[in-house]
Design a protein around this ligand. Structure first.
Ligand SMILES: Cc1cc2nc3c(=O)[nH]c(=O)nc-3n(C[C@H](O)[C@H](O)[C@H](O)COP(=O)(O)OP(=O)(O)OC[C@H]3O[C@@H](n4cnc5c(N)ncnc54)[C@H](O)[C@@H]3O)c2cc1C
Ligand code: SF4
Length: 485
C-alpha cells in the first residue's frame, strides 16, 4: 500500500534544516575571517565569504545576504546544493588545524533564507540602461546568473524558457529534500524584480527562430543545458515501469507527493549523483527496496562520498559489478536479467561469461547521465563549433563561441557540473558580452569589502580574488632577498 501523504511529506523534508539563530551565531564566531581567505578562491562565484559571515556574527542578516547575492544571485540555491566539501569548505584553513571547517553552506543558507522571508530589497548596485539588449536561451542557473549580471550592467535582457517555469534543473531536477520549488521561485522573482524579462513556454528553434534573436538582439547567450537521459540500449527498455531519473524527479517537483507511483522493488541503473537522488527519493516515497545497479566497483562510482553515505543511511541497496542485459515482463517490467562484470586489464568493465542471473523488480529508473544537445544546435546554428565530446566550444574566460555575438555557458559547455559552476559561467559570459559590446572590460571590485575600491562596483563578485600563490611568491622573494642580501 502506498505511504500516506503526511508520511511521504515528512520523508521528503529538508535534510539540512536551517540553523537556529544561536547555532548560526556560534558557527559565525568560529570563523577566523582570513584576509587571504582560500574559501573565496574555492567558490566558483567568488563570494566574499568572511565578509558575509562577519555580518551574520553582528546580526546584520540583510547585509550578509547582500554580500552573497552581489556575487551569486542564486546564493540561496547554492547554499543548499553546492558540494561544499569539495568547494569552499574543502579549502577552509580550519582543516589545517585538524578542526571542522566552518559550515559555510549552512551559514549562507541562514542569511539568504532570512533575507528571502523578510522580502527585503538587497539594494544590489545597478548601472543606467545602456540601450543594448541580450537574449538568453534557457532559464536555468547559467542564464539566470548571466541575465542578473547583465541587467545590473545596464542591459535589457530577455530569457526564453521552453518549460512552464524558469529555473532549469534547479527547479525540476534536484532532489526535493535538498531543493523545494519555493526557493527557486523566490530567486526567479528577485531576478525579475531586477528587471529581467521572462518568456516561458517558448522554445527557441521552434516557437522563436534563433535567427530572429541573432538579428534583433545585440548578443545571444545559450544556457540550454543537456538533453534527455542516455538510453540503456537493451531489449524491453520501452516497457511500462521503466522511467528516466529526470522524469521521476520532475514528477516529485510537480505533482502532489501522494499521487506519485513508486514500485515496491526499484532498480536504479547508474551510480552518479543523479542515481543517488533517484534511489533515495524512491526509498523515501515508500519503496520497500531501492537498489543501485552499477557495472563497476564502489571505488569507481562518480557520486560524491557524502551522497553515497546518505543513500546508505536511507537504507538503499547497492549491487556493484553488475550490468542489466534485458528488461523482463510482458507489458510492464517484472524484473531484470543481469550479468556480472569485472575490471579488465585496461581498467574498463568487462562481462563475466556465463554469469547471467535474474532479479524481480517492478520499477526500473535509468540514471545513466544526460545526452548532449549537439545535433539540435548544429541544425539551429550550423556555424557553431563543438568539442569532441559534443559540448559547445567557447572561450572559457569570456563564454564567446565560434559565432560572433553568440555566447554560452553552464552544462551545455562543461558537460554537466554543478549549479554554482553554471552561475559562474553565466557571470563570465555577461562580462564577455559587456566587453564585446562596450569595448571595455568589466572592472569589478578587487576584494571590495576589505581592500576597498574607489569607482563603485561594476558587475559582481571578486574578479581577482587575492591569490594565495601571489602572496606566497612575494613572501618568498622577500625572504630569499633577506637570506641572500
Ligand atoms: C538529478 C540531478 C541532480 C543534481 N544535483 C545537483 C546538486 O545537488 N548540486 C549541484 O550543484 N548541482 C546539481 N545538479 C547539476 C545542476 O542541476 C546543473 O549543473 C545546472 O542546473 C546547470 O545549469 P544550466 O543552466 O547549464 O542548465 P539547466 O539547468 O539544464 O537549464 C537549461 C534550461 O534551458 C532550457 N532550454 C533548453 N533548450 C531550450 C530552447 N531551445 N529554448 C528554450 N529553453 C531551452 C531547459 O528547459 C532548461 O530549463 C544536478 C543535476 C541533476 C540532473
Ligand atoms: S556558492 Fe557554494 S561554493 Fe560558493 S561559498 Fe556558497 S556554498 Fe560555498
Amino acid at each position: 500500500m502506498p505511504l500516506k501523504a503526511k508520511t511521504r511529506r515528512d520523508a521528503m523534508q529538508d535534510i539540512a534544516p536551517r540553523y537556529h539563530p544561536q547555532e548560526a551565531s556560534v558557527e559565525a564566531h568560529r570563523c577566523l575571517y582570513c584576509f587571504d581567505a582560500p574559501c573565496i578562491m574555492a567558490c566558483p562565484t567568488g563570494i566574499d565569504i568572511p565578509g558575509f559571515i562577519k555580518k551574520i556574527a553582528t546580526g546584520n542578516l540583510v547585509g550578509s545576504a547582500r554580500v552573497i547575492l552581489e556575487s551569486n544571485i542564486l546564493g540561496a540555491s547554492c547554499a543548499r546544493v553546492c558540494p561544499t566539501e569539495v568547494l569552499c569548505e574543502g579549502a577552509c584553513v580550519m582543516l589545517d588545524r585538524d578542526e571542522k571547517p566552518i559550515k559555510i553552506g549552512r551559514l549562507q543558507r541562514y542569511a539568504t533564507d532570512a533575507f528571502g522571508e523578510q522580502k527585503a530589497n538587497p539594494f544590489l548596485k545597478k548601472m543606467k540602461p545602456n540601450g543594448k539588449k541580450v537574449a538568453l536561451v534557457g532559464g536555468g542557473p547559467a542564464s539566470l546568473g548571466c541575465a542578473a549580471e547583465l541587467v545590473r550592467l545596464g542591459y535589457q535582457t530577455t530569457v526564453f524558457e521552453k518549460d512552464m517555469e524558469p529555473g532549469g534543473l534547479n527547479r525540476y531536477g534536484i532532489a526535493y529534500y535538498k531543493m523545494p520549488p519555493e526557493v527557486v521561485q523566490r530567486e526567479v522573482k528577485l531576478i525579475r524584480d531586477l528587471g529581467v524579462e521572462f518568456r516561458t513556454q517558448t522554445e527557441v528553434g521552434k516557437d522563436v527562430p534563433v535567427e530572429k534573436l541573432r538579428k534583433e538582439y545585440d548578443a545571444v547567450f545559450l544556457g540550454v543545458g543537456l538533453g534527455r537521459t542516455h538510453r540503456l540500449g537493451i531489449p524491453g527498455e520501452e516497457k511500462g515501469g521503466v522511467v528516466e531519473a529526470l522524469e521521476f524527479i520532475r514528477l516529485i517537483h510537480t505533482k502532489p507527493l501522494h499521487e506519485i507511483s513508486v514500485g515496491k522493488r526499484v532498480a536504479v541503473i547508474g551510480c552518479g549523483n543523479t542515481a543517488i537522488d533517484a534511489v533515495t527519493q524512491a526509498k523515501r516515497l515508500g519503496a520497500k527496496e531501492a537498489i543501485i545497479l552499477y557495472r563497476r566497483g564502489e571505488e569507481n562510482m562518480s557520486a560524491y562520498p557524502y551522497e553515497y553515505q546518505l543513500a546508505k543511511k536511507d537504507g538503499c541497496g547497492f549491487i556493484f559489478h553488475t550490468a542489466p542485459v534485458e528488461v523482463l515482463g510482458d507489458k510492464r517490467v517484472t524484473g531484470l536479467r543481469m550479468i556480472r562484470t569485472r575490471t579488465g586489464k585496461d581498467g574498463k568493465a568487462e562481462i563475466v561469461p556465463g554469469s547471467e542471473f535474474e532479479e524481480p523488480f517492478d520499477m526500473v529508473i535509468k540514471a545513466l547521465g544526460q545526452e548532449k544537445q549537439t545535433s539540435i544546435w548544429k541544425k539551429l546554428i550550423p556555424e557553431l563549433k563543438f568539442d569532441v565530446a559534443g559540448r559547445i566550444e567557447c572561450d572559457r574566460r569570456t563564454g564567446q563561441t565560434s559565432v560572433a555575438k553568440v555566447f554560452s555557458g553552464g552544462d551545455a559547455v562543461n558537460g554537466g557540473r554543478e549549479v554554482v559552476n553554471a552561475v559562474a559561467d553565466g557571470k563570465k559570459a555577461a562580462h564577455g558580452i559587456h566587453a564585446m559590446l562596450s569595448g571595455k572590460p568589466v572592472s569589478g571590485p578587487l576584494q571590495a569589502s576589505r581592500l576597498g575600491h574607489r569607482d563603485g562596483a561594476k558587475g559582481s563578485g571578486f574578479l581577482q580574488p587575492i591569490r594565495v600563490p601571489d602572496l606566497e611568491a612575494a613572501y618568498n622573494r622577500e625572504r630569499n632577498g633577506k637570506l641572500h642580501g
